[in-house]
Design a protein around this ligand. Structure first.
Ligand code: GSY
Length: 174
């Protein structure tokens, strides 16, 4: 390896995907395929799909949400760029900050990294308050600890109001 290129390490990252416009299930499938196609990533887990009441601006259609586990050697900001590029490709238009969207991809965790960058904060700053994130994450990684507490315990404390596990299980993309 050239000395000018720092070694990249494979990390386990978790992403939250959600959308409430258009063909929600198809858009999640397309987002998964795009993540799997991208170099430096391997999708190793996909949670069941949840139908969830909108959080933030509540007067909008219900979302479909899921969480993905990736093995990635992309650094966090490169992973963020990839997520934004896939959102664009799938037609996301940012109309209002908390408003409806075709597909939203949030980086939740990147290994055990704690990061405070103007573009990205890790762990995701609001993930512990969102059942639409914790419920699918608990399906993939109940014992994962965030700030010293397991995802299972965080979800038990928060409760699962407004989130409903569907029988949609999207396959791991090839
Ligand atoms: O932060 C992701 C976009 N988003 C969602 C979402 O994905 N699911 C639900 N249920 N509510 C949301 N509000 C926002 S903003």
């Amino acid at each position: 390896m050239s000395p000018s290129k720092p070694a990249r390490h494979v990390q386990t990252a978790y992403l939250a995907l959600g959308g409430n416009l258009g063909d929600r299930s198809r858009l999640l499938t397309d987002a998964l395929a795009a993540l799997a196609r991208a170099p430096h990533n391997r999708v190793t887990g996909v949670s069941p799909v949840y139908e969830t009441k909108a959080v933030g601006v509540t007067d909008q259609p219900d979302f479909l949400n899921l969480v993905v586990r990736l093995e990635t050697d992309l650094p966090p900001l490169a992973l963020l760029e990839l997520c934004l590029a896939i959102e664009q490709e799938l037609g996301r238009v940012r109309r209002e900050r908390w408003g409806p969207r075709t597909v939203d991809i949030d980086v939740l965790l990147h290994g055990d990294l704690s990061l405070h960058d103007e573009r990205l904060t890790l762990p995701h700053p609001r993930m512990k308050e969102r059942a639409f994130v914790l419920a699918p994450l608990a399906d993939l990684a109940p014992d994962l600890r965030i700030g010293g507490e397991s995802v299972r315990d965080l979800l038990a404390r928060l409760g699962s109001s407004g989130v409903h596990r569907t029988d949609i299980n999207l396959p791991l993309p090839a």
